[in-house]
Design a protein around this ligand. Structure first.
Ligand SMILES: Nc1ncnc2c1ncn2[C@@H]1O[C@H](COP(=O)(O)OP(=O)(O)OP(=O)(O)O)[C@@H](O)[C@H]1O
Ligand SMILES: [Mg+2]
Length: 724
């Protein structure tokens, strides 16, 4: 069935109501009753599924809505941070009292209430604590540091539940630059919407969202970044909002969703938010300086000044507040501008905002006396969530609703394997769109391989050839690790997106780790194949096709453990330069302790542990065994024992005579054709006897898995994403 977006929205849906005359003008809009109802995503999707179903009777929905109102209340929120004590030189010299307090209060006793269907806006000058308040409400400040309570319908919000029912749109946009707007939203839909929903419905939801956010014109445009031109800043902002509202969260937090947008785009964004609120959500956002039109969409305002609350009530109360304060807002002046200017003046004046804060406190006490009647009729949280879900909010596949609140809604919309597939699909699309990253790696392998192939061309089996072979293997096996380091910036860039996505349960961390590992394998196999093909025959390595295959396997194993190691590091260090430095240093040590420069029996006992954790040791020993394990092969025969010694330069006839006298002295018969050193001798001389060939292979592979697991724990610990 084709999906007709016009049945849900007009061409400019953010400017016109979904049902009703699309030509309704803005003035009418802003005068509409606040509690009219937009269809939820669930209702929209019913429409998608069956064109005969009409939009539910608005009155019915209105009743349902009002029988399940959500009220988010927060009381006495106080948050302070420790700042380094300031010791001025004069203070110290005079032995004066160092009186500068070392705690800074960022939020001071903030209380308020946000209701379903409403937009609550936090206003204030830069640095007044808007983002901090939003963070506090969204449970992004460590519990032990934040005093006060945040409750939904009178129940303390568990962090686990809040993650599921809420979304947080941050101030800056973090998106994959190579995906189009439509793809970005589609991936979000695949993460956030349950598997039970057909692909067609997910697509329909994305299309509806594209219309709703006014992104139709740029739906097929890539997001872009500094390098590639993509969508505009305002469009990017709306895409960021789109990915977080795709599942219709019950509580939506936004930090300055309109900053950097022109007034029309800003209005469009807030209009969309109003719609979301009216479909049964609580919307809380910070905003810098709302235009007159945007003000008409905001239901509640909180004004902050240096972490203190100077006003918190319905937007309509603002003039009354200032009138009672004795400073009525002049007729022709913008209300918020007036309020912000007034607060700013107090802040810079000697008196400070204390009188205003005190006045607000007494004023709000009077107000509360008048409005307590309105507060009643709350549903329990569990019932409210159930009612909301049955209306189609919070599309996360919830079907069974039992007594346990946290299991009312599943923590993740999809099973593990679906997440793995979707993440893999997204990374493949990303790599496909930016082939240069892979090309650089391939280039590095081809160049290194070619240099090695020409430098070590056609090595023979003489003592010198053996020495050169050892050098070749040591270098070749560490190349794999160094080329893996190139992936660090990519991983680090992705890390922030990952943190954002997992913070609000888009997918499991484990799915990311698994997907990330699986997706790496095919490209690593290809790189290994290229490197092995370039070097194996050119250098003249032993073992024929079986030898080649084993060599290939070891190269792959090195790539695997190298990429796992680098991935793990990217989960631990947050900075690119630091990442490179650590990788290069650690790999140099790995090579030093691999057994090539100094054999195991010569390594001091207290360094032996490093030899065993050296990731280069295992693949290096493996390829050595692959090279020298042919028992029929001889590497030093007869007079060759003089090669690489001071006697190497004497004429051959003299060497033969020398050999004869040596034979006589030792009592054994060594002729020019006697084999003096076999492969096994070389291996034991190199100390490559502790683990056999396949043992080395499996240890390497297992270490790769170990680092992937460590990566998982690093993500688990490192991505808490909370303020302290
Ligand atoms: N860890 C910290 N240590 C010291 N001061 C801090 C810390 N975190 C935040 N602040 C201060 O808290 C104040 C409030 O910061 P916040 O980010 O909430 O401001 P804001 O109102 O969102 O400003 P803007 O409009 O510029 O985004 C600022 O003065 C900031 O410098
Ligand atoms: Mg801020």
């Amino acid at each position: 069935m084709s999906f007709d977006t016009t049945s849900m929205s007009s061409d400019l849906p953010f400017l016109g109501p979904r049902s009703g005359p699309s030509s309704m003008d803005l003035q009418q809009l802003s005068r509409r009753p606040k509690h009219h109802v937009s269809p939820t995503l669930g209702e929209l999707m019913q429409l998608v599924g069956d064109s005969n179903v009409v939009v539910p009777n608005q009155n019915n929905v209105f009743e349902t809505l009002h029988s399940s109102p959500f009220v988010l209340s927060f009381n006495n929120l106080t948050y302070s941070v420790k700042t380094p004590r300031k010791i001025t030189l004069s203070n110290a010299l005079n032995g004066g009292k160092i009186s500068v307090s070392n705690t800074k209060v960022l939020l001071d006793d903030i209380s308020g209430e946000a209701r379903e269907g409403e937009i609550m806006a936090v206003l204030g000058a830069s640095g007044s604590g808007k983002s901090t308040l939003i963070d506090a409400l969204a449970n992004r400040i460590a519990k032990e540091r934040l005093k006060g309570s945040v409750m939904l319908n009178g129940e303390v919000l568990e962090s686990k539940l809040l993650k599921v029912i809420s979304a947080y749109v941050m101030q800056d946009d973090l998106l994959f630059p190579m995906l189009t707007v439509e793809e970005t939203l589609m991936f979000s839909a695949e993460f956030r919407l349950p598997r039970t929903l057909s692909k067609a419905k997910k697509k329909a939801r994305v299309q509806a969202l594209i219309d709703q956010l006014g992104l139709r014109n740029c739906a097929k445009t890539v997001i872009g970044d500094e390098g590639h031109r993509g969508v505009s800043g305002g469009e990017r902002r709306r895409v960021s909002i789109g990915i977080d509202i795709i599942h219709d969260p019950i509580v939506l937090f936004l930090d300055e969703p309109t900053s950097g947008l022109d007034s029309t785009s800003a209005y469009m964004v807030v209009k969309v938010l109003q719609r979301i609120a009216q479909s049964g959500s609580i919307v809380i956002m910070s905003i810098h300086q709302p235009s007159y039109r945007i003000m008409s969409l905001l239901d509640k305002l909180i004004f902050l000044s240096r972490g203190q609350m100077v006003f918190s009530d319905n937007t309509s109360k603002l003039p009354e507040f200032f009138a009672q304060l004795g400073n009525p807002i002049p007729e022709n002046e913008d209300r918020t501008e007036f309020a912000l200017d007034y607060i700013r003046e107090l802040e810079i004046s000697g008196a400070g905002t204390k009188p205003l804060v005190d006045f607000y406190k007494s004023w709000s006490r009077n107000q509360n006396r008048e409005t307590t009647l309105f507060q009643g009729a709350k549903m329990s949280l569990k019932d409210a969530i159930s009612a909301s879900i049955s209306r189609g909010k919070l599309v996360s596949g919830a079907t069974n609703i039992d007594s346990n609140l946290s299991s009312t809604v599943p923590t993740f919309a999809n099973p593990f394997w679906v997440e793995v597939v979707v993440i893999a699909k997204r990374s493949m699309l990303n790599s496909w769109r930016s082939p240069e990253l892979y090309a650089i790696r391939l280039g590095a392998i081809v160049v290194t391989g070619t240099i090695l192939a020409t430098m070590f061309r056609n090595l023979d089996n003489t003592p010198r050839g053996i020495q050169e072979r050892l050098g070749f293997f040591a270098f070749a096996m560490s190349t794999m690790f160094y080329t893996c380091a190139e992936a660090i910036p990519v991983f680090l860039q992705e890390r922030y997106i990952f943190m954002r996505e997992t913070a609000y349960n888009a997918y499991r961390r484990s799915s990311y780790v698994v997907s990330h590992s699986i997706i790496a394998i095919p490209s690593l196999i290809f790189l290994s194949f290229v490197f092995a093909c370039i070097t194996f025959w050119a250098v003249g390595l032993a073992g024929g096709s079986m030898g080649f295959f084993t060599f290939l396997m070891f190269i792959f194993a090195s790539f695997w453990v190298g990429s796992s190691f680098v991935t793990f590091l990217s989960g631990v260090v947050a900075h690119v330069m630091l990442g490179y430095t650590v990788v290069v240093a650690v790999l140099a040590y790995f090579l030093l302790f691999s057994g090539f420069f100094i054999t195991r029996d010569r390594i001091p006992a207290y360094w032996l542990w490093f030899h065993y954790i050296s990731l280069v040791k295992y693949p290096y020993q493996g390829v050595l065994q692959n090279e020298f394990d042919d028992p029929n092969k001889c590497f030093v025969r007869g007079t060759q024992i003089f090669d690489n010694s001071p006697l190497g330069a004497i004429p051959d006839a003299m060497k033969v005579n020398l050999l004869k006298s040596i034979s006589r002295t030792l009592g054994v018969n060594i002729t020019s054709s006697t084999c003096v050193t076999t492969g096994a001798d070389i291996l034991s001389k190199q100390g490559v006897t502790d683990i056999d060939k396949w043992g080395c292979f499996w240890v390497t592979i297992a270490l790769g898995f170990l680092f992937r697991i460590l990566f998982y724990f690093a993500l688990l610990v490192g991505s808490k994403n909370k303020r302290r």
